[in-house]
Design a protein around this ligand. Structure first.
Ligand SMILES: CC(O)(O)NCCCCN
Ligand SMILES: [Zn+2]
Length: 669
């Protein structure tokens, strides 16, 4: 299934007709440069083009009041003076004779996108619209927004398709208060927003945008606000919030549809956000959401005012929706202190609502107020004297790297005679194993080697690895006689390259061999029910789950809160995913793992399975081919206290080496 693109140039045909410094950044070129970039990069042509349409009045009334709609309906006939007068009643927004038409098209575009995804015409998609929507309220325009495109889409999906749970992720740098007000008492819509806040000093300066606004009545827990109290947030700040807050809660919520308020003013260079995240971060944010809701994801444009980073960010998002491998993010450092404090505040505010946050450390009140007093200008934090801070527009950043898809997406090595699933290539080579390799194997596997079939698939496996290294193949799956022998072969081969880094994920117990050396060429994370005696080193992380890999919530907690941060910070060239014999991992979680791991190493994931696991070849291959993993069962049970304890113990032991594991401020570390 494909990716939809909804765009109509009619939505470029309104603009600011008078002087208003707050609104001058919201220009028609935002849409044209974004669309042209999609065309230039050959992405538009790969999408399924879906026409925009005007929303009906009934659809607009799903969120807005009649009196508000009646007022907006009059604007096409207003004189310039009337338009100015009408605009004065709202904040940081402007009207134009054609904006009502464009606002109906913006809502209609979001609904067309919704229809295409919900009817299965496409898997996911993006709507490039203006005016944006997330600030507009039931009876008020605000922040360049006239109708709340995404809020209407959520109500529409529930009404027309009976969707029971909708997740709205708002990565725009402003708080979508309009969305919050719409759903704050509604447990069927989980609204997540991060936003520049600076302790209420940043627009829209609302007390209710802070982290303690968790929703009301039945909706308590279903509104998540992450305030950024400083500018300059970077990729690791954004990813930390995904790993330690949004993703665990999103998996527990188990949405049937994901809507994204895709504002790109949270990217570097934007005059509104003044953040420092690179445009390709959106490739990863999109990827990390794509295995939720069976892949049903609708991204609707909100803000984004730098005409260079906006189109780059739009292309990064659409390219991931199309299934292209994300870029590799380098130098991911520790999240900054301010981000950690916000993250900890939000997690503790929500710990009573979400079992995945049960271990969230509470924040001693004294800590917050003391810190707040200090940053509010007590002794203050000395700012660097010297070079003037660069303005957002003066920021420079590298063009996102090309994201090439290898000619073959997935190749398999299967025991003799088996046919590969549709879409996969099969590799079988008759070459002999390299003598040095044989010697090495003899040292470790004397007994198995007597059985000649033990070596059968290894030459083909080495061919597969070589083709991945040459980027002829993106990912692969090998069914072998002995996974530990195969693992040693692969690591021996790739280990010869000088600066290779392989992330080894072992699912299930058993010895992972001596390769788990501390030279940094491999980082091994083993998830099993065994309380292994092997000591935890920086490059060997045994995760012990009491109920083993069959426990979905324990496994997901380890995947999202430990494996993802470790993997992103390690930034491997290859991911080796090994299903150990008798791992007992449940199918749904296994496919989530296979799906999520493709965000690393430009998608170079090699899966090893032992003969006898043939049943899992099909589902694994489909996920390697880019099909979204099926949703986990809802509700996800609470993780066992012992497993929570085990993960937290690992975190506290490893976070000095792997700072992306941090999720609390330094005062309580
Ligand atoms: C859509 C949006 O969130 O980017 N609008 C921002 C309005 C800023 C007004 N000062
Ligand atoms: Zn914004």
């Amino acid at each position: 299934m494909g990716t939809a693109l909804v765009y109509d140039e009619e939505m470029t045909k309104y603009k600011l007709l008078w002087v208003d410094p707050a609104c001058k950044i919201e220009v028609p070129e935002r849409l044209t440069v974004s669309y042209e970039a999609l065309v230039k990069n050959g992405l538009c042509q790969r999408c399924v083009s879906i026409p925009a349409r005007e929303a009906t009045e009934a659809e607009i009334l799903l969120v807005h009041s009649e009196e508000y709609l009646e007022g907006v309906k009059k604007t096409p006939y207003m004189t310039l003076e009337d338009l100015k007068e009408f605009t004065l009643q709202y904040g940081d927004v402007y009207f134009h004779p054609n904006i009502y038409h464009c606002a109906k098209l913006a809502v209609g575009s979001a609904l067309q996108l919704c229809d295409s995804v919900m009817t299965g015409k496409v898997r996911n998609g993006m709507a490039l619209v203006r005016p944006p929507g997330h600030h507009s309220m039931r009876s008020a325009a605000s922040g360049f927004c006239v109708f709340n495109n995404v809020a209407i889409a959520a109500r529409y999906a529930k009404q027309k398709y009976g969707v029971k749970r909708v997740l709205i992720v708002d990565w725009d740098v402003h708080h979508g208060q309009g969305v919050q007000y719409c759903f704050e008492d509604d447990p069927s819509v989980l609204y997540f927003s991060w936003h520049r806040y600076e302790h209420q000093k940043f627009w829209p300066n609302l007390r209710e945008s802070d982290y303690d606004n968790v929703g009301k009545e039945d909706g308590a827990g279903f509104n998540i606000n992450v305030p950024w109290n400083k500018v300059g947030m970077k990729n690791s700040d954004y990813l930390s919030v995904f790993f330690h807050l949004l993703l665990p809660v999103a998996y527990e919520f188990c949405p049937e549809l994901v809507l994204v308020c895709a504002g790109f003013d949270s990217a570097i260079g934007d005059p509104e956000g003044e953040m420092c995240a690179s445009p390709d971060i959106f490739a990863h944010l999109t990827h990390l959401l794509m295995n939720l809701a069976g892949g049903k994801l609708c991204a609707v444009l909100e803000g984004g005012y730098n005409l260079t980073s906006l189109p780059q960010s739009v292309c990064q998002t659409v390219q991931t929706l199309l299934g292209d491998p994300p870029t590799r993010l380098s130098d991911l450092g520790a999240p900054c202190e301010s981000a950690l404090e916000s993250l900890q505040c939000v997690r503790s505010a929500h710990r009573q609502y979400w079992s995945c946050l049960r271990q969230a450390a509470g924040l001693p009140d004294s800590h917050v107020s003391a810190k707040r007093i200090r940053s509010a200008g007590g002794e203050g934090e000395r700012t660097e004297v010297g070079e003037e801070e660069k303005s957002a527009e003066e920021q420079a950043w590298p063009e996102p790297p090309q994201r090439v898809s290898p000619p073959v997406r997935c190749a398999l090595v299967l025991p003799g005679g088996e046919a590969p699933p549709d879409g996969c290539e099969q590799i079988s080579s008759r070459e002999e194993l390299h003598p040095l390799m044989l010697t090495k194997l003899r040292e470790h596997f004397q007994s198995e080697l007597d059985n000649c079939s033990a070596l059968a698939s290894l030459p083909s496996l080495m061919t597969l690895v070589e083709k991945m290294e040459k980027n002829e193949i993106r990912n692969g799956l090998a069914v072998v006689h002995s996974v530990t022998m195969a693992m040693m072969c692969v690591l021996q081969h790739v280990g010869d390259a000088p600066s290779s880094r392989t992330l080894v994920v072992c699912v299930g117990g058993g010895s992972v061999g001596s390769h788990a050396r501390e030279d940094g060429k491999t980082l091994t994370v083993q998830i099993s029910s065994e309380d292994t005696e092997k000591p935890t080193g920086k490059f060997y992380v045994p995760v012990h789950l009491k109920k083993g890999c069959g426990d979905a919530s324990g496994f997901m907690q380890a995947l999202l809160g430990l494996l993802l941060p470790l993997g992103y910070q390690y930034n491997p060239d290859l991911v080796l995913l090994v299903q150990m014999p008798n791992a007992g991992v449940c199918g749904g979680v296994w496919q989530q793992l296979v799906g999520v791991l493709q965000g690393f190493a430009q998608g170079h994931v090699l899966v090893l399975m032992q003969e006898g696991e043939q049943a899992r070849v099909g589902p694994t291959a489909s996920t390697l081919l880019g099909d979204p993993a099926p949703p986990l069962e809802h509700p996800l049970q609470a993780p066992l206290p012992e497993d929570v304890e085990a993960v937290e113990t690992l975190r506290s032991r490893l976070q000095s080496d792997w700072s992306l594991l941090q999720n609390t401020g330094e005062s309580t570390a």
